[in-house]
Design a protein around this ligand. Structure first.
Ligand SMILES: Cc1cc2nc3c(=O)[nH]c(=O)nc-3n(C[C@H](O)[C@H](O)[C@H](O)COP(=O)(O)OP(=O)(O)OC[C@H]3O[C@@H](n4cnc5c(N)ncnc54)[C@H](O)[C@@H]3O)c2cc1C
Ligand code: FES
Length: 257
């Protein structure tokens, strides 16, 4: 069930110049969050930002009643969120959208993340690990400093990195990493659209089930304004309500474009 709640920020971490994370404490009992679901954050104190901003749930600690958001600073809203301090409160609508199909993972899933698309994959890796599955996580970025939080995955996954400039891990984009060509039971991906389309095309060619998490621009976040609509094989769908996670079996038109 969706809830609007004022969380308290209990921790703030900086990850290089572009990324930061906020640990949010719920005052009561937190709603369960499926990996891949997101929140809509109210940005206060900035006249230019009227709409809430969609941010994936990066991590959940059910016992502690906390969730963590990993945020890339790209514009006014995320810049304003970067001014929040420990003790401040953050108004959040959650949990939103349709998350990853955890039950479809099989024994050898691959998680491919690029840029801020890395965010939802930590929660997914942790949930898979809690079911005795150790996924392979492949993280991509332009350069080493733009691969945040790779160490956070280490307890739950085999972690591989690819950078366009070769400053960390494999030199090249994620789909050219030798490990990408191996056989997997399932592929989950979130990141820039060209990266996800390349991952989806390869998965389809190899007959591997694959889910993509789209990051379309959003406003209401609940299927009312239609500003996030995307075209899938069966017609138009709201990314905020019907996604953000979609199975590529219904996305041929999208990934072949
Ligand atoms: C379901 C979902 C989950 C997301 N999860 C995360 C997350 O976990 N961490 C994170 O850092 N970001 C995430 N994003 C992207 C995030 O919502 C945007 O970066 C943010 O809204 C930008 O707000 P702003 O006011 O700072 O930038 P704006 O001033 O609104 O825009 C600045 C620049 O960013 C571009 N931009 C804005 N929104 C998006 C978007 N959705 N996708 C691509 N480019 C965009 C604009 O075109 C513009 O060039 C997610 C988006 C969606 C839809
Ligand atoms: S953001 Fe309003 S319908 Fe999706």
């Amino acid at each position: 069930m969706k809830e609007i709640h004022n969380f308290t920020i209990t921790e703030r971490r900086q990850h290089g110049a572009q990324y930061f994370s906020l640990v949010l404490q719920h005052a009561g009992c937190m709603q369960p969050v499926v990996p891949g679901q997101f929140v809509e954050v109210l940005v206060e104190g900035c006249r230019e930002v009227m709409l809430r901003r969609p941010i994936s749930v990066h991590d959940v600690d059910e016992k502690a009643g906390t969730m963590t958001l990993l945020i890339q600073i790209v514009g006014n809203g995320t810049r304003q969120l970067n001014t929040l301090k420990v003790g401040d409160s953050l108004n959040v609508v959650y949990p939103l959208g349709h998350g990853f199909s955890v039950e479809a993972a099989g024994q050898q899933p691959l998680l491919v993340g690029g840029g801020a698309g890395i965010a939802p994959l930590l929660h997914l890796a942790k949930v898979l690990a809690s079911k005795g599955i150790k996924p392979t996580v492949l993280l991509g970025g332009r350069t080493a400093s733009l691969i945040p939080v790779q160490d956070e995955f280490l307890p739950y996954a085999n972690v591989l990195v690819a950078t366009d400039d070769g400053t960390l891990g494999h030199h090249g984009i994620v789909t050219t990493h030798p490990a990408f060509a191996q056989n997997y039971s399932m592929i989950y991906t979130c990141g820039p659209t060209p990266m996800m389309k390349a991952v989806a095309r390869s998965a389809a060619e190899r007959g591997i089930r694959c889910e993509v998490s789209l990051e379309n621009m959003m406003a209401c976040g609940v299927g009312a304004c239609l500003c996030c609509v995307t075209d899938i094989d069966q017609g138009h769908r709201c990314v905020c309500k019907d996604g953000p996670v979609f199975d590529i079996a219904a996305m041929k038109k999208w990934y072949l474009q």
